[in-house]
Design a protein around this ligand. Structure first.
Ligand code: NAP
Length: 290
C-alpha cells in the first residue's frame, strides 16, 4: 500500500484502540479492491472526543468506526443519526460527507449476518433469548426484531436494566413481543426450552467464566447459541454446546460482518466475499483463528 496525497482516510476512534482488529480487516479489503483508501487507529481519550470528531471531519476523513467508550457519547456531536442507531442509542460507524457527520450502528446488522453465515439461522418467526442488557444487547434486540423475530426475551444480571431496554424498544418495533427478566430464569428447563436461539451479549466468558444455571442441553432440538465474545475463541458456554452437539458460533463472524457493513457505508461497495475474515485468520494467533 502506498499512501499518496490522494489517499482517502478512514479509521477508528476509541480508548484504548491498540487492540482493535478493524485496521487489519479494512486495509485488506481496500487492498483487495485496489482502492486508494487507508484505515488508521486513532486513540481518543474521552475528554478529547468532541475535538477529535470535529478534527477528523475538518481533516477530510471519509468516515470512521467508534468503539468503547465513545459509542454513546459521540451522538451529540453528529449532524444526523440513522433511525435504528437512534433506537439502539449508540453509534459504531460515522460517515463524513461534505463535512456532515451521520451516525450508524452496524453491530446488530453484523449479528444477523453472522447468524445467517455461521449458523444458517434466520430470526424470522423465531423466539430469541438475549443475555445481557448493555449496548451490544440493544443493537441485538433492535436487529433481531427488524429481522422478524416474533419474541425477544432480555435476561440480565441487573433486572432493571433489562426492563429499561425492553421499555425503550417495545412499541417502537411492531411484530415482536418483548419481555424482560433476571438470569434466575435460566435454570428453568421449560423457559430455556422455549427459545430457538440464545445470544450472549455480556462479557461473561471473556475470563473463562460461565452463566451459573444455564445448561445448553435443555435447549430444544435444533436451537442454537451465538456468543458475541470472540476472545477466547471457545468460551465455556461454547465448549458446553460442543459437548452436546448444539450449533453455536463465537463473535468473530459478527465482528467481520459489522465491519463489512461499515465498509459499504463508506465506499458504497461490498468488500470481496470472505476477504476480511481471511485477513483476520492470517493475522490472529492459531487458537483464535475464525
Ligand atoms: P456493556 O454495555 O458494558 O454491557 C455489559 C453487559 O454484560 C451488561 O448486561 C452486564 O450486566 C453484563 N455482565 C457483565 N458482567 C457480568 C457477569 N459477571 N455476569 C452476568 N452479566 C454480566 O458492554 P457491551 O458493549 O454491551 O459489550 C458486551 C460484550 O459484547 C463484550 O464482551 C463485547 O466485547 C461484546 N461485543 C462483541 C461484538 C462483536 O462484534 N462480536 C460487538 C459488540 C460487543 P449488568 O447490567 O448487570 O451490569
Amino acid at each position: 500500500m502506498t499512501i499518496t496525497g490522494k489517499t482517502t482516510v478512514t479509521g477508528i476512534i476509541g480508548a484504548p484502540v491498540a487492540h482493535s482488529l478493524s485496521p487489519v480487516m479494512h486495509n485488506a479489503a481496500f487492498g483487495a479492491l485496489g482502492l486508494d483508501w487507508v484505515y488508521v487507529p486513532f486513540p481518543v481519550p474521552p475528554a478529547r472526543l468532541e475535538a477529535a470528531v470535529a478534527g477528523l471531519a475538518a481533516a477530510g476523513v471519509a468516515g470512521f468506526n467508534v468503539t468503547i467508550p465513545h459509542k454513546v457519547a459521540i451522538m451529540p456531536f453528529l449532524d444526523a443519526i440513522d433511525p435504528d442507531a437512534e433506537l439502539i442509542g449508540a453509534v459504531n460507524t460515522v460517515l463524513v460527507r461534505e463535512g456532515r457527520l451521520t451516525g450508524y450502528n452496524t453491530d446488530g446488522l453484523g449479528l444477523v449476518a453472522a447468524l445467517a453465515g455461521k449458523l444458517t439461522f434466520d430470526p424470522r418467526g423465531k423466539s430469541v433469548l438475549v443475555l445481557g442488557a448493555g449496548g451490544a444487547a440493544r443493537s441485538a434486540v433492535v436487529s433481531l426484531a427488524r429481522a422478524g423475530a416474533v419474541r425477544v426475551h432480555v435476561a440480565n444480571r441487573t433486572t432493571d436494566a433489562a426492563v429499561t431496554l425492553v421499555d425503550l424498544v417495545a412499541g417502537r418495533l411492531e411484530g415482536t413481543a418483548f419481555a424482560a427478566g433476571s438470569l434466575d430464569a435460566l435454570a428453568d428447563p421449560a423457559f430455556i426450552g422455549s427459545f430457538d436461539l440464545v445470544v450472549n451479549t455480556t462479557s461473561v466468558g471473556m475470563s473463562g467464566d460461565s452463566f451459573s444455571g444455564l445448561d445448553p442441553a435443555l435447549l430444544k432440538s435444533g436451537a442454537c447459541i451465538y456468543d458475541m465474545v470472540y476472545a477466547p475463541p471457545v468460551t465455556p458456554l461454547l465448549a458446553q454446546c460442543g459437548a452436546h452437539g448444539i450449533p453455536c458460533a463465537n463473535g468473530l463472524g459478527m465482528l467481520v460482518a459489522q465491519g463489512e457493513a461499515a465498509f459499504r457505508i463508506w465506499t458504497g461497495v461490498a468488500p470481496p466475499e470472505g476477504c476480511m475474515e481471511r485477513a483476520l485468520a492470517a493475522f490472529l494467533p492459531e487458537p483464535c483463528k475464525p
